[in-house]
Design a protein around this ligand. Structure first.
Ligand code: ADP
Ligand code: MG
Length: 443
C-alpha cells in the first residue's frame, strides 16, 4: 500500500483500495492519479486490463462531494462497460457515500431519471445520455469531470457526433480525461478541439509477451468449424473466448458449437440488455466456459483468467488483434492466441503479423474429425496429435463426447464467409478482398 499512500488519496479511498486487495498502483494509475488531482486534462493510453478505471476514478472520487449534483460524467462505448465501470467506481466510492448511477439504452428511462436526481457520478453510453439531455432529464451544469473511456472504440462505433454534443452540454471549465488504446486522427481531433493542454500518458502493456503463445492454423473455410470443435474438445480447463467479425457469425457459430455438443454463449451488440447481462454473469461465475463474441461486445470486459483466444474470423486490423489477445496472458498467467487463417485472409494476416511485431507460429493442422454438411457424421478418425501448448490429449471438461447426429448441420457458419464456398477465385474477388464490408459493420 505504500505507493498508494504516496498519491495523496483520502483515507476512505485508501481503505476501499486495500479492501479490494490492491497492493500497489499500476503504471497508468501511478502516472494519472497525480495529474487528475492537479486538475490537468489527461490523455491516457494503455492496454486493456491495465487498471484505467481506478486511474481516472480515484481522483474523481476524491474531488466529488456527496449530494452536490452530477459532478462527474463517464462515457463508455457499450452498456456492459457502463455497468462494469459503474460498479467499480461504486465500490471505491462507497466509503465516501457517493452515488453512482448507470445510464444506458435497452432499459426503461424512468428508473434512470430517478437515480440521476440523486447521483454524484454518472456512467453511461452516449446514445442514452443524449436522449436524457434532449428530454431535459439530465443536468450537466455541475460537471467538473468528463471521462471518455475507450474513446477510440466509442468513435469507431460512430458516436462522434453524440459525444461532441454531450461535451458541448458540459460546462467549459471542466477537466477532461480521455482513455484510448490507439491514437487515431479522430482522437487527435477530439483532443485538440475539446481538451486543454492535455498531458499524454502512456503506460506499458500488462500482457506479458513471454507468457503469451501465439499460433495460427492455415485452414479452409469448410473445415474451420470442425477444427475449432476439435481444439475445444481438447481443452481441460480455462475460459475460452472465440472472436467472430459479425453478429451473424457469432450466433451461427454458437449454434453450431451447440450442435457439436459444446456449450457456448454468444455476446454481441444485437442482444437485449437482459440477455447480455445474464450471459456475462454466467461467464463471470464460470457456468459458461466458451464465449463467442464480437470485438465490440468484448471490448474492455474484465473477464479474468481467459486461457485461450480464438480468432475464428481474422480481425480486420492489427489493433483489433492486439485488443483481442489482450484478453489473455494477464497478471502472470499463461495464455494462447490461436488464429484461423483461411483463403482470402492472408494479406490481412500479414499486416497483423507486421503490426504486432512478435512471433506468430504456424502450426501444422492436427488430424481432426471433419463435420459433414448437411447430415452425415464423421468420416475421419480424430487423432489427437494436437500440437499447441502442453494441453492434455484426453477428452476435456466438456463431459460426454457426443457424436454428431443426423440433424447436425455441419459447417453452416462457414457460409458467412460468402456464398462462395465452391469457388476460391470468386471468394478472392468478394467484398472483403475488395476492402469492402461483409455484412454491414454491425458488431
Ligand atoms: P482497463 O480499464 O485498463 O482495461 P480495469 O480498470 O478494468 O482495466 O482493471 C482491470 C483489472 O485489474 C480489474 O480486475 C481490476 O480489479 C484490476 N486492478 C486494477 N488496478 C489494480 C491494482 N492497482 N492492483 C491490482 N489489480 C488491479
Ligand atoms: Mg477500462
Amino acid at each position: 500500500m505504500e505507493k498508494f499512500k504516496q498519491l495523496n488519496l483520502s483515507e476512505e479511498l485508501l481503505e476501499a483500495i486495500q479492501r479490494e486487495g490492491f497492493d500497489s498502483p499500476s503504471e497508468i494509475q501511478e502516472k494519472t492519479i497525480p495529474l487528475v488531482l492537479a486538475g490537468k486534462d489527461v490523455i491516457g493510453s494503455s492496454a486493456t486490463g491495465s487498471g484505467k478505471t481506478l486511474a481516472f476514478g480515484a481522483g474523481i472520487i476524491d474531488r466529488v462531494s456527496a449530494g452536490a449534483g452530477i459532478q462527474a460524467l463517464i462515457l463508455t462505448p457499450t452498456r456492459e462497460l457502463a455497468e462494469q465501470v459503474g460498479q467499480t467506481i461504486s465500490k471505491f466510492a462507497n466509503k465516501k457515500r457517493l452515488r453512482v448511477c448507470q445510464v444506458y439504452g435497452g432499459v426503461s428511462m424512468d428508473p434512470q431519471i430517478r437515480a440521476m436526481r440523486q447521483a454524484d457520478i454518472v456512467v453511461g453510453t452516449p446514445g442514452r445520455l443524449l436522449d436524457h439531455l434532449k428530454r431535459r432529464t439530465l443536468n450537466l451544469s455541475r460537471i467538473k469531470f468528463l471521462v471518455l473511456d475507450e474513446a477510440d472504440r466509442m468513435l469507431d462505433m460512430g458516436f462522434v457526433r453524440d459525444v461532441e454534443n454531450i461535451i458541448k452540454s458540459c460546462p467549459s471549465n471542466k477537466q477532461t480525461m480521455l482513455f484510448t488504446a490507439t491514437l487515431s486522427q479522430d482522437i487527435a481531433y477530439m483532443a485538440k478541439k475539446y481538451m486543454k493542454n492535455p498531458v499524454h500518458i502512456e503506460a506499458g502493456d500488462k500482457v506479458d509477451p513471454s507468457k503469451l503463445y501465439q499460433i495460427y492454423y492455415d485452414v479452409t473455410h469448410e473445415t474451420k468449424l470442425s477444427l475449432l470443435v476439435h481444439l475445444l474438445k481438447q481443452e481441460k480447463n480455462g475460459v475460452v473466448m472465440v472472436f467472430c467479425n459479425t453478429r451473424r457469425n457469432t450466433d451461427k457459430l454458437t449454434r453450431n458449437l451447440g450442435l457439436a455438443g459444446l456449450h457456448a454463449e454468444s455476446l454481441h451488440g444485437g442482444h437485449s440488455q437482459n440477455r447480455r447481462s445474464s450471459v456475462l454473469q454466467s461467464f463471470h461465475t464460470r457456468n459458461t466456459l466458451i464465449l463467442v463474441c464480437t470485438d465490440v461486445a468484448a471490448r474492455g470486459l474484465d473477464i479474468k483468467d481467459v486461457s485461450h483466444i480464438y480468432n475464428y474470423d481474422i480481425p480486420k486490423t492489427g489493433e483489433e488483434y492486439i485488443h483481442r489477445i489482450g484478453r489473455t496472458a494477464r497478471a502472470g498467467k499463461n495464455g494462447i492466441a490461436i488464429s484461423f487463417v483461411s483463403t482470402g485472409d492472408h494479406s490481412e494476416f500479414r499486416q497483423i503479423v507486421r503490426r504486432v511485431d512478435s512471433n506468430i507460429e504456424k502450426q501444422p493442422l492436427p488430424q481432426f474429425e471433419v463435420l459433414q454438411m448437411p447430415s452425415k457424421s464423421s468420416n475421419q478418425d480424430g487423432g489427437h496429435n494436437i500440437t499447441h501448448g502442453n494441453r492434455n490429449e484426453s477428452q476435456g471438461r466438456f463431459g460426454s463426447h457426443r457424436r454428431f447426429g443426423g440433424n447436425f448441420r455441419g459447417s453452416r457458419s462457414d457460409r458467412d464467409h460468402g456464398k462462395r464456398r465452391d469457388s476460391r477465385t470468386n471468394r478472392n474477388r468478394g467484398p472483403r478482398a475488395m476492402g469492402g464490408r461483409r455484412f454491414g459493420n454491425r458488431r
